[in-house]
Design a protein around this ligand. Structure first.
Ligand code: HEM
Ligand code: HEM
Length: 197
């Protein structure tokens, strides 16, 4: 139940997926709002929340990747054609990369900014800056990269969500449910039970 098998994701992969997806999707409107608010006290605290949750995504994604490589991946249903498989896997690779590259480019903004405002992650630890050049132009460069990548990945995530809904409501296969319900029995046990019955 904790680990993946060939039919379904296990509980740990499911928790990683949904916790990270929720924070990641929340970061987009939070980032959009915090750069546009004119209330500077609120802005300071929104930046700290945004940076804290961004580092949380980075840390959880590193753990998720270790878990992914220590587990098997459920096979694609036979109803998926080669083009559909390739598109789905390409979207997953882009989303996985985004979970690392976007927080690191955000970290680069904070590190290259002449303001040098420290990141107090959830008021618990101070995150040190990356060793980067500090200037207005470096900050503007990393801000542009961070914003473009964030909105691009949001568009990919929308495609990914629509594809999951298409599978569930149109094709009526188990793609969405296997990311919601962890399997309960190991396949060997199911097999033995079938043989016995
Ligand atoms: C899941 C990860 C993250 C996502 C999805 C994300 C997304 C965004 C978005 C959508 C914006 C608004 C862009 C705009 O409209 O101009 C933004 C701005 C910003 N983000 Fe992130 N971010 C993430 C992580 C981080 C991290 C880890 C940091 C820093 C340690 C960070 C620092 C910033 C800063 C400083 C800005 C404001 C840039 C400016 O002054 O215009 N972000 N982010
Ligand atoms: C409502 C939002 C979402 C839904 C309904 C959803 C649904 C799904 C489903 C059903 C799968 C399993 C696909 C399969 O079995 O082949 C999946 C996998 C995946 N999702 Fe999402 N997802 C959502 C949001 C996100 C977000 C925001 C991200 C990242 C930014 C993301 C990243 C991934 C990745 C990387 C995988 C591949 C997992 C692996 O094979 O290790 N998802 N998603």
């Amino acid at each position: 139940m904790l680990r993946n098998n060939k039919e379904s994701f296990g509980l740990i992969s499911i928790l990683f997926h949904w916790v990270i997806a929720l924070i990641f999707l929340g970061q987009i409107p939070l980032g959009y709002w915090m750069v546009r608010t004119s209330d500077f006290t609120l802005q300071f605290s929104l930046y700290q929340w945004h940076k804290s949750f961004g580092f949380l995504v980075l840390g959880l994604s590193a753990l998720r990747l270790v878990w992914k490589f220590a587990n098997t991946r459920p096979s694609d249903p036979a109803t998926m054609g080669p083009l559909e498989r390739a598109t789905a896997h390409a979207a997953h690779v882009i989303l996985y990369l985004s979970l690392f590259i976007i927080p690191v480019t955000g970290w680069a903004i904070a590190s290259s900014s002449p303001l040098q405002i420290p990141t107090f992650m959830f008021n618990l630890v101070v995150i040190p800056p990356l060793p980067l050049g500090i200037s207005d132009s470096a900050e503007a460069f990393w801000t542009a990269i961070h914003a473009y990548l964030a909105y691009f990945s949001a568009a990919v995530a929308v495609g990914h969500i629509l594809a999951a809904l298409h599978h569930h409501f149109w094709k009526r296969d188990a793609i969405l449910t296997r990311m919601l319900n962890p399997h309960r029995k190991a396949p060997e046990r199911q097999l033995t039970q079938k043989v016995k019955s």
